[in-house]
Design a protein around this ligand. Structure first.
Ligand code: SF4
Ligand code: SF4
Length: 69
């Protein structure tokens, strides 16, 4: 019987507030509700992030940066 390991992948979700234009696309497309919105996007629930990088793809101003940690 081998030991069982559980792998965790954690992601840092960063929104550059200077670049964010408040289009709301990241909020619409994030499948796990990471972002909240008040004029600009803010990653309120980064622990939900799956690392799919959809938010990076839909952000025309390149304000979202996902980093695996
Ligand atoms: S998609 Fe980019 S520009 Fe639009 S709200 Fe999200 S972070 Fe801001
Ligand atoms: S990488 Fe995917 S799960 Fe993570 S914040 Fe962006 S859209 Fe949401």
């Amino acid at each position: 019987m081998g030991k069982k390991f559980v792998e965790y992948e954690l992601y840092l979700v960063y929104v550059d507030q200077d670049k964010c234009e408040g289009c709301g696309q990241c909020i619409i497309y994030c499948p796990v509700d990471v972002f909240d919105f008040s004029i600009k996007a803010y990653p309120s629930r980064p622990q939900n992030c799956l690392g799919c990088r959809t938010c990076e793809a839909v952000c025309n101003s390149k304000a979202v940066i996902i980093t695996e940690i």
